[in-house]
Design a protein around this ligand. Structure first.
Ligand code: BEZ
Ligand code: FE
Length: 310
């Protein structure tokens, strides 16, 4: 279904706007001179779609001012440790759309990629395989993760740098919580010659996205809950491979089909199961869990995203 486009030119030779139907072409004419071809393409399409949107819903002046206020409040709610703009994009499914368009052979096939989210930090502590990312007292059952990174043909990839991050089972990332040590539940691992990396953590739990800003207002207005299903985040980096940013979710989580930020795809529901027999570490007393997963990296450009927070 195409978007209705304004095609009516102004009724004068001056290219001056005459009425509602002529404004779009005057704006598009002004942008047609943009020297950068990609900027021209993106902005021309953006303007067409924005104008079509306003026409389609017959946007009122009150709603227009409300929208401007929301944009301003998104900016005001963002700072070095909180990124409301990313959260907004996530909460309307836009981040997932962009992710799916740009991964899996540019949208042609299923992909292991998922949205980055607002909580990735640069410079996670380098941690040896087998090490723990629990850096301060953290509740929750122990989790022992055993992961493999391969190329799309299944060949193991050595020397992949893998960032891991997760929220504490109390529902907050360390940067949101003064009671957690700096970089708690964050670490950077390197795959060995068999493409493997492994580490200890705590089993993730579902948690709500921040709701004290405009995104919270939107969720409440739409009668949507703010919860994400339990997950671990991963960022796999190796030169000549497209950086794989993803999340792996706990199967059976009650929020898998209603993730507040639409990050769940079928491929990303992982295998977390209760361990049996002697636990892998002497200090584990209660139930413990194991997690295994294989990450597939496509050939492509290795580049890191701009960190949403510092
Ligand atoms: C996260 O899982 O870290 C997350 C992703 C999107 C929005 C909020 C949080
Ligand atoms: Fe998360």
């Amino acid at each position: 279904m195409g978007i209705k486009q304004a095609t009516v030119p102004p009724r004068n030779n001056l290219n001056v706007i005459t009425d509602e139907s002529s404004v779009t072409n005057v704006v598009l004419d002004a942008m047609a001179r943009t020297p950068d071809a990609r900027l021209r393409e993106v902005m021309v399409s953006f303007v067409r779609h924005m104008h079509a949107f306003a026409r389609e819903v017959r946007l009122t002046e009150e709603e227009f001012h409300l929208g401007i206020d929301v944009l301003n409040r998104i900016g005001q709610a963002s700072n070095a440790s909180h990124n409301e703009a990313v959260l907004f994009s996530d909460a309307i499914g836009f981040s997932t759309l962009v992710c799916l368009l740009n991964n899996g052979k540019n949208g042609a096939t299923e992909t292991a990629a998922a949205l980055l989210g607002p909580f990735w930090r640069m410079n996670s502590p380098l941690t040896p395989n087998g090490g723990s990312i629990v850096r301060s007292d953290t509740p929750g059952p122990a989790l022992f993760a055993n992961c493999l990174v391969t190329d799309t043909q299944g060949h193991p990839l050595a020397e992949v740098e893998v960032d891991v991050w997760q929220a504490s089972p109390i529902g907050l990332y360390e940067n949101q919580d003064a009671n957690q040590a700096e970089m708690n539940l964050r670490g950077k691992f390197t795959t060995d010659s068999d493409g493997r990396f492994w580490f200890r953590s705590v089993k993730p739990a579902g948690y709500p996205v921040p709701t004290d800003g405009p995104v919270g207002d939107l969720l409440r207005a739409q009668d949507r809950h703010p919860y994400r299903p339990a997950h671990l985040h991963f960022l796999c980096f190796k030169s000549s491979y497209k950086t794989l940013i993803t999340q792996v979710f706990v199967s059976g989580d009650p929020y898998l089909s209603s993730d507040a930020v639409f990050g769940v795809t079928e491929h990303l529901i992982g295998n977390y199961r209760q361990g049996e027999g002697a636990p892998p570490a002497a200090d584990v007393t209660g139930p413990w869990f194991v997690f295994d997963y294989t990450f597939l990296m496509e050939r492509g450009k290795a580049e890191l995203p701009k960190p949403p927070i510092k």
